[in-house]
Design a protein around this ligand. Structure first.
Ligand code: GLN
Length: 563
């Protein structure tokens, strides 16, 4: 194994964009022709991100092989355009669990178990395994939290040991700190970063490159001061001011020649940059457009947009490709429940994303009904598909008691439920889970919108859910020919995608297409959705739109402006 290792640590504060910096640096190295793999060391004592509250911790990102990880892995996949694996996410809880299990099984032959070497060895095993299996030239490892956190100390120690084992030419230490700004003296201050470098050194690590994040313009002199204090060459202290789009960070990094510096340190050749696709992307992102589409994301974890990070990025990516600008509005479904669909009045498209539990369901159902009846483009994701099915069964077929057994265990018409017969076939049930996680194949039916958008019949998409479309209701739902089952997993006999026929765009899927969207390759379902929103916007100039009360008449199926 000849991989080189780049460890990325954080100082001063968490949340300054260490993940974006790690992903951006990786992006610039990839653009020099190197294979790069990313790994995140997460200090939390959780075993995975599956049980973390999305409103607090942000979205749970799911890899193709079904690992439930945190949202940084989503940045990595988007910035690198790779498919990461279970090996990319190393949480402390999983490490400790494995050490304790080995201890119980007597594998340590009666030795006392300690953080060094037992926990650190367990971490290194995963690090070296990832390097080997990915066959990457360079492994970028982001250590979560900030230097000095008690919880993260075993990871910092691993970084130190790896440099000692592999030699300094094979390991690079990148530190990302923050320059706070003092209003009274109108200057950014370097002391906190200086202190975080001291913290690192106290743990045996001398950083090679220091990124200084700041929300205000950075004075060159201050970077020089940090270089002097930290014992770094001046070019190794890099200012990163907050900019309009995170997708420009790789360009800023490359413009400051940090990619060359990294390769120099690691004694690697510096090939020419491969493409300028990323520059073109940033130009597209920054292009001013005459019209702006308003897309409503009707969900229930509204305290932070991080909860729907990948969905929002997927919408934006589809928008950059279109001739319209796009603004994503977060709409609290509980407010829709209280205030009514007036909240949705000026939207050009409605998206109902994934979620768990009963709270907020009513508002989402109202939003779906509103989109269906008013011919507003609609995209349902996972929970969004389950609710679209319930809405159709209730309001079109008159099955008033249609529900998911997730919301009512005794539902009289369980159109969504756990399909225990099929799900039993899933291998992962062996170790106790009951969720469908990661990639599953799906076959798209001829003549459907989905098939046209994907341009092929066989697809693989990522899942994360427990409940399924109940096949017992398929005949009655499909009877009139309007409700179409457009995608099916044939092996498990599970419905994966539905659409409505007489609607400009009404598509909902059981999987999470957002995880496979890339800034340079937006996902077809999102592209189709945004294009439909563009057409809707054109045909329904907001000034000509009908007063709201007209638009709430149930059963309307015409374009709003014709009513
Ligand atoms: N709560 C639903 C289920 O478990 C949907 C999950 C989701 O939207 N990710 O099936």
């Amino acid at each position: 194994m000849s991989a080189k290792f780049v460890f990325v640590t954080g100082g001063v504060l968490s949340g300054v964009g260490k993940g974006i910096v790690a992903a951006s640096l990786a992006n610039t190295l990839k653009n020099r022709g190197y294979e790069v793999f990313l790994q995140k060391f997460d200090p939390y004592l959780n075993v995975d991100a599956g049980t973390l509250n999305p409103a607090e911790h942000g979205e749970c990102f799911v890899t193709a092989d079904g690992a439930e990880t945190d949202l940084d892995l989503g940045h990595y996949e988007r910035f690198l355009d790779v498919e990461l694996t279970r090996d990319s996410s190393v949480m402390s809880g999983a490490i400790y669990r494995s050490v304790i299990e080995k201890e119980r099984q007597g594998k340590y032959l009666g030795k006392t178990i300690q953080v060094i070497p037992h926990v650190t060895n367990e971490i290194k095993e995963r690090l070296y395994r990832a390097a080997e299996q990915s066959e990457a030239d360079i492994l970028v490892i982001e250590i979560g939290g900030t230097v000095g956190d008690i919880e993260g100390s075993h990871f910092i120690e691993v970084a130190r040991q790896v440099a000692w084992e592999r030699g300094r030419n094979n390991v690079l230490f990148v530190h990302v700190g923050y320059l706070p700004y003092l209003d009274s003296s109108q200057e950014t201050k370097t002391k906190p970063i200086q202190n975080s470098i001291i913290d690192l050194r106290a743990r045996g690590i001398q950083p090679d490159i220091v990124f200084c994040r700041a929300d205000h313009p950075i004075d060159r002199q201050q970077l020089k001061k940090i270089a002097l204090f930290g014992g770094l060459p001046e070019e190794a202290v890099v200012g990163l001011e907050t900019i309009d789009t995170v997708y420009a960070v790789p360009l800023v990094i490359a413009a400051q020649k940090v990619d060359r510096l990294v390769l120099n340190y690691l004694k690697l050749k510096i090939p020419r940059q491969r493409s300028n696709d990323w520059e073109a992307l940033v130009r597209r992102i920054r292009r001013r457009r005459k019209t702006t589409l308003k897309i409503g994301l009707v969900g229930k974890y509204m305290s932070m947009s991080d909860t729907y990070f990948s969905v929002i990025e997927a919408l934006k990516a589809a928008g950059w490709q279109s001739t319209h600008g796009l603004s994503v509005v977060l709409i609290d479904s509980e407010r829709v429940e209280q205030v009514g669909t007036t909240l949705l009045a000026d939207l050009d498209g409605i998206c109902v994303p994934g979620g768990f539990g009963k709270r907020g369901i009513k508002g989402m159902l109202l939003a779906i009904q509103y989109a269906r009846e008013n011919q507003i483009p609609f995209l349902g994701l996972c929970l969004g598909m389950q609710l679209a099915t319930i809405e159709y069964a209730r309001n079109v077929l008159g099955l008033e008691e249609a529900n998911s057994t997730e919301f009512d265990g005794n539902a009289r018409e369980p159109v969504i439920t756990t399909m225990s017969d099929q799900v039993k076939k899933l291998a992962h049930l062996e170790y106790g889970g009951s969720m469908r996680l990661g990639n599953y194949p799906c076959r798209l039916a001829q003549g459907t919108k989905a098939r046209e958008l994907y341009g092929k019949a066989s697809i693989q998409e990522r899942h994360r859910h427990r409940y399924e479309f109940n096949n017992a209701y398929r005949p009655v739902l499909e009877e009139g020919g309007e409700f179409i089952v457009a995608g099916v997993n044939n092996a498990l006999d599970l419905v994966e995608l539905i659409e409505l026929k007489d609607h400009p765009y009404f598509l909902a899927c059981q999987f999470h297409p957002e995880f496979r969207s890339r800034p340079l390759r937006p996902h077809p379902l999102f592209v189709g959705f945004v294009e439909a929103a563009g057409r809707f916007h054109k045909d329904n100039e907001p000034t000509q739109r009908l007063p709201l009360h007209y638009r709430q008449v149930p059963g309307r199926t015409r374009k709003r402006s014709q009513g």
